[in-house]
Design a protein around this ligand. Structure first.
Ligand code: 0PR
Length: 380
């Protein structure tokens, strides 16, 4: 740090320079986050001082958090669900499995997740000392039920289903996982970090939430398709009792107990989530998802016209494309400003069609993709 402080203008100009190196979202097809809704930004600024780590001091924000959880519960099939606003999908997944572990009291616990599970589950295995068993997928990248059944043993404490997998946007057969969980007396956690704010608004209906008997907890993130600010994740439990194993005594705070993993945590993101959910309502999110799905269909059609097929018919606004010479094509696209991503197995181009995109961007991307591929053919 400098001995002498710099003027505000100087500092702001340093920030401006730094920001110029950040990628603007215009050509980003690799992100599950997006530009937050303007009302979320306003609310975030308004509550910038609020700390939910000591919510006795911030009763107003605490009430907003309760309302966010109530709205999310309603969206996810149980008005009476309980939980809290986390820092994101990783914290929600950690905390859900921490509850499962603490409730089970098994000495050598294991959990079964699909191989499509987000890497936060590998962090869970390491942090919580839980063995993580990976069930294989079917040809449509849903978890294979036989594989899950075969992995269950006396030390299994929980099953995990993904509703909106990170790489393929696929939804596991949650109803069948729930049957298996119920018959084996297991905790069932659903990772809908991305899909939580998408699936309820799709034309096609999927059973993936608390409306399915046997689902114990759900991760769903306002800071992804919820259009809130970062850091806003959501962790919901069907039963209030599931919060108890997370509680820790906090004798010197204005609150007696705390159940979050983070200590100090953002009240601003809580207010932002409340504001955007109140403002958009179910209808508003439905419109946003409809628009993203329309762009997704447009992208798939354009790619098919180029001879590039998706690995599966997209279930939500995530597309995995079978692009020849993938690494080379992605490099060329990057040189044209496009940020794309990949799936691991099989390796394909992964694109997420978020609300910050528009029809023109999709057309431009298809045209640039065509150019990059044809240039490859020409070189051969
Ligand atoms: N569960 C699922 C199904 C996810 O897709 C993700 C994140 C998480 C859990 C973890 O959520 P947090 O990152 O909020 O802890 N999926 C993306 C990923 O890690 C997130 C992302 C966001 C990636 C923005 C890129 C990006 O630019 O791949």
């Amino acid at each position: 740090m400098n001995q002498k402080g710099r003027s505000e203008n100087e500092v702001l100009s340093l920030l401006k320079n730094a920001m110029q190196k950040d990628t603007s979202y215009d050509k980003v097809l690799s992100a599950m986050c997006t530009q937050p809704h303007p009302i979320a930004v306003k609310a975030h600024m308004q509550f910038i001082e609020s700390n939910m780590g000591d919510f006795g001091l911030f009763q107003g924000t605490k009430e907003l958090e309760e309302k966010v959880i109530k709205m999310m519960g309603g969206m996810l099939g149980d008005d009476n669900a309980c939980g809290y606003v986390t820092t994101g999908g990783t914290e929600s997944n950690i905390q859900a499995l921490r509850t499962a572990r603490n409730m089970s009291k098994k000495k050598h616990p294991n959990i079964i997740v699909p191989t499509s599970a987000h890497f936060s589950f590998d962090k869970i295995a390491d942090l919580l000392g839980i063995e993580i068993r990976k069930a294989s997928l079917d040809t449509e990248f849903r978890v294979d039920m036989d594989s899950v059944s075969n992995l269950i043993d006396n030390n299994t404490i929980a099953l995990v289903g993904i509703a909106g997998s990170t790489e393929f946007g696929q939804i596991d057969p949650i109803d069948r996982l729930a049957d298996l969980a119920l018959s084996n007396n297991l905790f069932l956690h659903i990772d809908a970090a991305f899909g939580g704010f998408v699936i309820p608004f799709l034309e096609k209906k999927y059973d993936f939430d608390f409306s399915v008997k046997g689902v114990t907890s759900i991760t769903a993130d306002p800071h992804k398709m919820g259009l809130s600010t970062i850091p806003a994740g959501g962790l919901l439990f069907r039963e209030e009792a599931c919060l108890l194993p997370l509680e820790i005594d906090t004798p010197y705070l204005t609150i007696r107990k705390q159940h979050s993993l983070a200590g100090t945590r953002s009240g601003a993101a809580v207010a932002a989530s409340y504001a955007v959910m109140m403002h958009l309502g179910m209808e508003g999110y439905k419109k946003i998802v409809k628009r993203c799905m329309k762009m997704t269909a447009m992208l798939v059609k354009g790619c098919c016209d180029l001879g590039i097929e998706p690995l599966i018919e997209p279930v939500m606004n995530i597309v995995a494309l079978d692009v020849p010479d993938l690494d080379d094509v992605r490099k060329k696209l990057r040189a044209k400003g496009w940020a794309t991503s990949i799936t691991r197995n099989p390796k394909a181009m992964r694109l997420i069609i978020m609300p910050h995109l528009n029809d023109n961007t999709i057309e431009l991307f298809i045209s640039d993709l065509g150019e990059c591929i044809h240039r490859n053919v020409y070189h051969i």
